[in-house]
Design a protein around this ligand. Structure first.
Ligand code: NAD
Length: 257
């Protein structure tokens, strides 16, 4: 019997950290529904984890999120855990980011968390409580240049996590966020190509990103999934309203030497 036996989880995103979290929770006994917008990633996850439910959903769409929550409840009989990992990562300053990109980033990265909670909290409450883990970023604490919309959503996740934790503590619902540094996932590959061009040597760029972290490397998605699982499960029983760094010391260092 795994740590999550009898628990039902809904995860947004179907690649990277979401993929590793789905595998971790399923291995530990949870029933898992993962929803993502990317058909290829959805199919790859379903092939890797045939025992979970993978659903194509745009988590910025209220009807799609409502349907995903209903599908999880229909398949598993209820819902105990929500992990919000889906996000997009556009680049730009406030000047170069067009209004549609700004609005889309807000709708996916922070709006999606609102929507899974809006439709999911009543289900968690029906089970007598539950947990929500939001994937934020070190970029909610400190940031690079040229990522205005993305970092605005990541700071908002920290604030929304606190609000949700306070509002739903009396429902027995714990809400936390994790803030990863650089993690080996498709979003980081996109960043590598953004910085070094389309034919970038991805591993070389990842080594460079890794050197910026005091630990000297980037993270594997499973290392973030460990923290998510800790917070989502009984081991995190006194954690609520917090943000947990999984950043290899990145934020601890001042860039002055
Ligand atoms: N990889 C990193 O270095 C890093 C660092 C800090 C924070 N993060 C955060 O980790 C989380 C997961 O990202 P990742 O690194 O696993 O990258 P990823 O690209 O593998 O994951 C993002 C997922 O979100 C899905 N998605 C995007 N828009 C969607 C939508 N509208 N509806 C449903 N699904 C949608 C994508 O299909 C993808 O599966 C994100 O919130 C990201 O901001 C990543």
């Amino acid at each position: 019997m795994g740590e999550f036996a009898g628990k039902a989880a809904m995860i947004t995103g179907t690649s990277g950290i979401a993929r590793a979290t789905a595998a971790h929770l399923a291995r530990a006994g949870a029933q898992v529904l993962a929803c993502g917008i990317d058909k290829a990633a959805n199919a790859a996850l379903q092939a890797e984890l045939p025992g979970i439910v993978v659903r194509e959903s745009d988590i910025s769409d209220p009807a799609a999120v409502q349907a995903a929550v209903a599908a999880a409840v229909g398949a598993f009989g209820g819902l105990d855990i929500i992990v919000n990992s889906a996000a997009i990562h556009p680049y730009g300053t406030v000047e170069s980011t067009d209004p549609a990109t700004w609005a889309r980033t807000m709708a996916v990265n922070i709006g999606g968390i609102y929507l899974t909670a809006h439709f999911g909290v009543p289900e968690l409450r029906r089970r007598g409580g539950g947990t929500i883990v939001n994937v934020a970023s070190v970029q909610g604490h400190a940031c690079q240049q040229g990522v205005a919309a993305y970092v605005a959503t990541k700071g908002a996740i920290h604030a929304l996590t606190r609000a949700m934790a306070l509002d739903h503590a009396s429902d027995g619902i714990r809400v936390n966020s994790v803030s990863p540094g650089s993690v080996r996932t498709p979003i980081l590959e996109m960043a590598a190509r953004k910085f070094d061009g389309e034919d970038a040597d991805i591993e070389a760029v990842f080594r460079r990103f890794g050197a910026a972290h005091p630990i000297g490397r980037i993270a594997e998605p499973e290392e973030v999934a460990e923290m998510i699982a800790f917070l989502a499960g009984p081991r995190g029983s006194f954690c609520s309203g917090g943000d947990y760094l999984v950043d290899g010391g990145l934020i601890a260092r001042l860039g002055v030497s």
